[in-house]
Design a protein around this ligand. Structure first.
Ligand code: ATP
Ligand code: MG
Length: 428
């Protein structure tokens, strides 16, 4: 009787071999790109204490209010959470290991995150980000560098549709004065607010500006803008950023309503958005979070970072028709079973010693069926080891991509060199 199948968890995707080359290509470009700006890799656990995110992200955020995967550890009543973002864990690690003790640090990460959201196009419950953080820099030079860095990434990837919006959120005191006026503005128009916004009115009114409800568009457009509340110092920071972006030729739009989802941002915030992906069009979001490190128990340390949604970038690339061929092996080794199987096994190991990529046929099959597999593997050569070849300490080599090529018998001793020469020639 057939057993019932177990499917993947809703909102969580498998990366299948057919899509893997595109991800691998993207990830390799990212690794080169972060290195070109002096960023170093950091990997933190997927699981952290729940409190880290509550304190780090802010109690009144979508993530902490309703999106976290939280559970109790088996051995204790410790509350643990699957990371919903990278910054809190990165900052925790930086504090724990005194990473910014002697000098500022540029660090980056890549990997899966978990948020219990409604799955839809561009929005999943397990998704992936490239995350970049500069710890210990006051800016605005580093702010501009991170933004220019992203402009370069889009160029490297061939994404032409990404546009940049920036804003300045000022400091806590400036936000407090803005908050008073925001509350009174929304209080006077309470009837027009949706339930989420009414709730935020008493908890985090600035986040109402972040609402995606189209019914609120006009109301939000007329709301008091943070720009009017900025101090001279904040304004100078923002002007400095814009001057550097202009000098670097990075086009941007100032969006005074851009506030971003997380709680801890100050001064610079930015998003890169594309119109190619429907309503989930934000490819990357970032900003300065000077208060966070102290809030998580570290010495006051300014910092700025951003996160790129990898699934969304991949969808952009796919839509633009970006094709990546699957990487294939150089050689497929075919044998006749019996005594020829261990000889083939060893020959394959020796070819790998010489640096070749090799599939050795596993299991029993007719020569014909093995040759078919060799062909579909994409390998340049089939190396055939039958009984005659074993007797003569040799192998038969067949070039699979040049139909007219003759089969050749090659002594095993010079097999690797012969194949490498042939591969080099084929490349020219
Ligand atoms: P949104 O307002 O769209 O929910 P956010 O402010 O929650 O975005 P961030 O926490 O800043 O997003 O995450 C940075 C980027 O990660 C987003 O711009 C997006 O590209 C991607 N991202 C965020 N949540 C998801 C998700 N659930 N599925 C896929 N990608 C996501
Ligand atoms: Mg979100």
């Amino acid at each position: 009787m057939a057993r019932e199948r177990i499917a993947a968890v809703r909102g969580m995707n498998d990366l299948l071999p057919a899509q893997a080359p595109l991800w691998e290509w993207f990830e390799a470009r990212v690794a080169d790109w972060v290195r070109s700006y002096g960023y170093q890799l950091i990997r933190t656990p997927v699981l952290e204490h729940t409190e880290l995110f509550v304190r780090g992200i802010g109690e009144v955020t979508d993530i902490v209010e309703k999106e976290m995967y939280t559970f109790e550890a088996r051995s204790s009543s410790e509350k643990l959470t699957l990371r919903p973002e990278f910054t809190a864990g990165t900052v925790r690690a930086a504090i724990e290991h005194s990473l910014t003790y002697d000098a500022p640090k540029r660090v980056w990460s890549m990997g899966p995150l978990f948020r219990h959201e409604r799955p839809q196009r561009g929005r999943f419950r397990q998704f992936h980000q490239v995350n970049v953080e500069a710890l210990g820099f006051t800016g605005p030079d580093i702010d501009a560098e991170q933004i220019a860095m992203l402009a370069r990434l889009w160029k490297i990837l061939g994404i032409t549709s990404a546009r940049l919006e920036i804003n300045c959120l000022g400091q806590l005191e400036e936000r407090a004065r803005h908050r008073v006026d925001l509350i009174s503005y929304f209080e006077q128009r309470r009837k027009l607010l949706d339930a989420d916004s009414v709730r935020r009115l008493t908890t985090n009114p600035m986040r109402i500006l972040d609402s995606k409800n189209p019914a609120l568009t006009q109301l939000l457009a007329d709301a008091p803008e943070i720009t009017a509340y900025l101090s001279d110092a904040s304004r100078r920071h923002f002007d400095g950023l814009q001057d550097l972006l202009n000098a670097a030729g990075v086009a941007f739009k100032v969006n005074p309503r851009l506030v971003r989802g997380l709680d801890y941002y100050n001064l610079t915030v930015f998003e890169w958005i594309t119109d190619e992906l429907g309503s989930q069009g934000t490819l990357c979001g970032g900003g300065r979070y000077d208060p966070l490190i102290e809030r998580l128990g570290g010495k006051p340390t300014p910092a700025i970072g951003f996160a790129i949604g990898m699934e969304r970038v991949i969808e952009c690339l796919t839509q633009a028709g970006h094709i990546n061929d699957a990487a294939h092996v150089d050689v497929y080794v075919v044998h006749q079973g019996g005594v020829t199987a261990p000889r083939a096994f060893l020959a394959a190991e020796q070819l790998r010693d010489a640096g070749l990529d090799v599939i050795c046929h596993a299991g029993e099959a007719s020569l014909k069926s093995q040759m078919k597999k060799a062909d579909t593997s994409g390998a340049e050569f089939a190396v055939i080891i039958g009984e005659n070849e074993v007797a003569a300490d040799s192998a038969t080599v067949k070039a699979l991509r040049t139909p007219s090529a003759e089969q050749r018998i090659v002594p095993l001793q010079i097999l690797a060199d012969t194949l490498i020469d042939a591969l080099v020639q084929a490349d020219q």
